[in-house]
Design a protein around this ligand. Structure first.
Ligand code: EPU
Length: 337
């Protein structure tokens, strides 16, 4: 394991921001991870997975540990289900495609989400009516302070909308090293009710979709709306969709009757932040090399050489305008470093 000094993180964050790590090391096994943690016990550490959910606004004055654990295997199966353990450093989308090739169902609606498997439980990733928690069984993690392994089963993870225990009670205390998923081998639960999936399938005359068809439809929709980080730096949705108490929403709705919303509980609604941002006139706007994507206003983009500070400034401008216009506070989904 080589520890590199003043290492550029440009290729390690999907925003493509130039920032340096004081020190950088990639670990390829749990033993390597434990060794590094033990050897650098009293130093500041920063854990880096796929770099797909962070905005670097400064150099990282710490030892950056890049989790590069690879491998996936079936650990148990019966006639209906298969349990797969996947290591944290596997690319999420490649893993999803592999499950679909084996005809294992459950992850197809989450095709093409950027990032690595190990970070999927942290923010309970989701798309098109599915969330990681629907297929999640457990994950193994290493305690940063004492290098002990701990298994977190689903209930312990306290999953919510883009939320989990890893963002709250045990934040910065554990490194997820592998995740176990329970997938279907037959009687797949095809879920095409969300958004544009059924329209995309109808366009291709598919009436009885397989999990592969659903995955292809999701990939086509995402490609049409969301920029590919390899071509245009971005971090997916920059903001979370705000959850607003119904009593407040009803007042806002009187002023903006066309505002979109989804009922999520008897007392709360979720409002699509993309709609708010588009209405506020930000969609497609560019400020130097930082901007708001032309096809999906939730996504902030780096046209080339934007700094993290510049993107952060745009995000603050958006937040403030949305608050002034609609009285709704929108929060970043991305971790601002
Ligand atoms: N909308 C607009 N303008 C926009 C974007 C959206 O008016 O620029 C409206 C749409 O017309 C639609 C509503 O907002 O009525 C919701 O849009 P969409 O279904 O595209 O989803 P989203 O709420 O914008 C969420 C996730 C995405 C996920 C999609 C699809 C969050 C923060 N984002 O976006 O996740 O792919 O649903 O399920 O929940 C990500 O987290 O990185 C991500 C891309």
């Amino acid at each position: 394991m080589e520890i590199l000094q003043q290492f550029s993180l440009k290729n390690y964050n999907t925003f493509g921001i130039e920032a340096k790590a004081k020190q950088f090391v990639a670990v390829h096994s749990i033993d390597e991870l434990k060794t590094i943690l033990a050897q650098h016990k009293d130093e500041k550490k920063f854990i880096l997975g796929g770099g797909s959910n962070m905005l670097l606004t400064q150099d990282i004055d710490a030892l950056v540990i890049h989790i590069d654990l690879k491998g996936k295997k079936v650990i148990e199966e019966n006639e209906d289900h298969v349990f797969i353990e996947c290591q944290a450093g596997e690319n999420w989308h490649e893993f999803v495609l592999w499950t679909i090739e084996q005809d294992f169902g459950g992850l197809e609606n989450m095709s093409l989400i950027p990032g690595n498997v190990g970070t999927t439980p942290v923010q309970n990733i989701g798309a098109y009516g599915a969330e990681i928690k629907d297929s999640f069984i457990s994950c193994d993690a290493i305690n940063i302070n004492n290098q002990e392994k701990r298994t977190f089963v689903k209930d312990e993870c306290k999953f919510g909308y883009r939320e989990s225990i890893f963002k709250n009670e045990v934040k910065d205390q554990f490194i997820i090293t592998s995740v176990v998923f329970k997938l279907t081998k037959r009687n797949h639960k095809i879920n095409t009710s969300y958004g544009d999936i059924s329209a995309e399938l109808a366009k291709n005359n598919i009436t009885n979709p397989t999990i592969k068809d659903v995955s292809n439809a999701v990939i086509a929709i995402r490609r049409s709306k969301l920029p590919d980080p390899k071509e245009l730096g971005n971090s997916g949705s920059f903001f979370k969709n705000p959850i607003v108490p119904k009593v407040d929403f009803e007042k806002i709705q009187q002023k903006f009757p066309e505002m979109k919303y989804y009922d999520i509980s008897p007392t709360e609604v979720k409002v699509p932040a993309g709609w708010l941002i588009e209405q506020a006139g930000f969609k497609g706007k560019r400020f130097g090399d930082a901007g708001i994507h032309k096809n999906q206003a939730l996504v902030l983009v780096n046209y080339g050489n934007a700094t993290g500070q510049e993107i952060l400034a745009v995000s603050k401008d958006v937040q403030q305008t949305i608050f002034e216009t609609f009285g709704i506070q929108i929060e970043a989904e991305v971790n601002v470093i």
